[in-house]
Design a protein around this ligand. Structure first.
Ligand code: MLT
Length: 249
């Protein structure tokens, strides 16, 4: 059966009903889904995504076991939180075995759109190959780009394109694509990058709006980590019943 891949450039322009029963990949390269991927690869027990800072604080209070609070607003650390939204913060020494209650401006909002999805996977360049392997059996895949405050972000579109190239083959010919998926595939294939070209990818990400913002606030290292293709072999998955993201099956 021919596979179908749909891309949504903006999570805010789709709805839980559209994604119901589907396999969805949430993409927020700079930085929410990259950070979650590194966090779980570093041994975090689970990540609990929350829409607002207040919800995160309340969730942390209600949890039976002690948790860490992580996330950002405006790219910056949140007052009183233990961790920001830099992948390099989420090292085993700080987070191994811990549950992290996590809120970010756009990424966690995108995850909330997936409450009726059959599977919600977390995508990053850091886990690209593992993610693609996980999508092998899905007849329909929805790639949900978080965007930034209602604007499309190039880094998310490029990752969507990279996923399509790998799932559908170089000319993206083996899949049915919606128009946004075809645009994403063209954007990625047009770069003509090898999987070892993380340095070139980092240079491209640095020039995006989100990338420029990170450089401005001194977080250029986050861009380098976000651009490292296949650093880890895990795929985080959100269970909507428990609202926990863990390493998937
Ligand atoms: C987001 O969710 O929009 C990102 O986490 C923003 C950021 O990393 O600063």
């Amino acid at each position: 059966m021919t596979k179908r891949i749909n891309v949504h450039f903006l999570a805010s322009q789709t709805s839980p009903d559209v994604l119901a029963g589907k396999t969805v990949v949430v993409i927020d390269v700079l930085r929410a889904t990259t950070t979650i991927t590194y966090a779980l690869a570093s041994g975090a027990k689970a990540v609990i995504p929350c829409l607002t800072v207040e919800d995160a604080r309340e969730t942390a209070r209600r949890e039976k076991e002690p948790v860490l609070l992580g996330g950002e607003r405006g790219g910056l650390p949140i007052d009183g939180f233990d961790l920001a939204n830099s992948p390099s913060d989420y090292i085993p020494e700080k987070i191994k075995g811990q549950c992290i209650v996590f809120t970010t401006t756009n990424g966690t909002k995108a995850m909330m759109q997936c409450r009726l999805a059959e599977r919600t996977l977390i995508g990053a360049f850091a886990n690209l190959s593992a993610l693609v392997a996980e999508l092998a059996e899905a007849p329909v895949t929805e790639l949900l780009c978080a965007g930034t405050r209602g604007e499309i972000t190039r880094e998310d579109v490029l990752l969507a394109g990279a996923i399509i190239e790998r799932v559908a083959g170089h000319r993206a010919g083996n899949c049915l694509l919606n128009d946004q998926a075809a645009i994403a595939a063209d954007a990625w294939i047009g770069l003509d990058l090898e999987s070892s070209d993380s340095g070139i990818l980092a240079a491209i990400l640095r020039e995006t709006r989100g990338g420029r913002r990170l450089v401005e606030i001194g977080l250029e290292r986050d861009i380098e980590m976000a651009a490292r293709i296949d650093q880890v072999t895990i795929v985080p998955e959100l269970d909507p019943r428990t609202r926990r993201i863990r390493i998937g099956h």
